[in-house]
Design a protein around this ligand. Structure first.
Ligand code: GUN
Length: 298
């Protein structure tokens, strides 16, 4: 193996510590802790685990966590009414609606209902537009975490070739925008891209978020490239095992023979998502407090 492992757990822990310090400082100035509301509709098992982890880490960072668990059959109208209340609640700085939502709820309508200044997931079209235009806003947490991991090994991306596999609103598209904003040259691909291996071989930086276990192979990789694996896929269980292994979208053993740096799964991008959510919550709280102070002074 030639690649260095990028330790997402360590980078995430140091970001959470930095956020906790910022949160404590802001709490002293505001007279209250920054607050994050997390909304979970239904009982998707993976979402339950993610939400429990978000609540725990929010508290550990010295922020207030407001949990709203709603039954699967909650109507879109009731969910929109809750979001309107959270938008108006002065103690709530950030709102996160865990995805996926039940089939009868339109996720686009729900995301658009969140006040852009409280949209700590960075998914509101206003925040997506701000990211695209290079304006300050709130950016999606997973690609933000990918960028921090890339920058931990390659601080300056100017002129490098970066390839993204995947075009989701949650990861692929915003990752491409962030890489472009960092002056990299981007190629955005997906599972229908013709000649994906040859395109990939041109890339100094590869970000894979395709939801396809072991998609990216060793012979797709330029020697020394930085490979960021966003995939979280559970394989079928081995005989006698209760659960299958979690693997990424990158064939780790092969790719780590060729790449310069690689993120493991688990322990790579995963821990960064929540750390960046906390960072966005602090950012949202700081901006709301600054706006309120300006309004009082005016
Ligand atoms: N489900 C899986 N990842 C995410 C995420 O980053 N944000 C939200 N809201 N839901 C998710």
């Amino acid at each position: 193996m030639s690649a260095t492992i990028i330790d997402g757990k360590a980078v995430a822990a140091s970001l959470r510590a930095e956020v906790a310090q910022g949160a404590a400082e802001l709490a002293r100035r505001m007279g209250r802790r920054p607050g994050l509301a997390v909304v979970l509709v239904g009982s998707d098992p993976a979402s339950q685990v993610y939400v429990a982890s978000k609540v725990k880490m929010t508290r550990e960072a010295g922020m207030e966590s407001f949990e709203h668990r709603l039954p699967e059959e909650t109507s879109e109208q009731d969910l929109l009414a809750l979001i309107a209340r959270l938008n108006a609640d002065p103690l709530v700085d950030g709102i996160l609606v865990q995805l996926p939502l039940p089939k009868h709820v339109n996720p686009g309508r729900v995301i658009e209902a969140i006040a852009p200044g409280k949209d700590v997931d960075g998914l509101h079209p206003e925040n997506a537009g701000r990211l695209a235009n290079g304006l300050p806003g709130l950016a999606p947490c997973t690609p933000m975490g990918c960028m921090m991991l890339i920058r931990s090994v390659v601080p300056d991306l100017r002129g490098l070739n970066a390839l993204v596999v995947g075009r989701s609103v949650l990861v692929g598209k915003p990752a491409a925008q962030m890489l472009l904003n960092a002056d990299a040259t981007i190629i955005v691909t997906h599972l229908d891209t013709v000649g994906l291996p040859a395109l990939c071989r041109q890339a100094d930086i590869v970000v894979v978020a395709a939801g396809c276990p072991g998609l990216v192979r060793g012979d797709w990789i330029k020697p020394g490239a930085v490979v960021i694996d966003v995939g979280i896929n559970r394989l079928p269980p081995e005989p006698g095992a209760p659960k299958g292994r979690i693997v990424g979208d990158v064939a780790f053993d092969e790719v780590s023979e060729v790449a310069g740096h690689i993120t493991p799964v688990p322990g790579g991008v995963g821990p960064m998502t929540i750390a960046c959510l906390l960072k966005n919550t602090l950012t949202a709280a700081e901006r709301r407090f600054a706006e309120a102070s300006q309004a009082r002074a005016a």
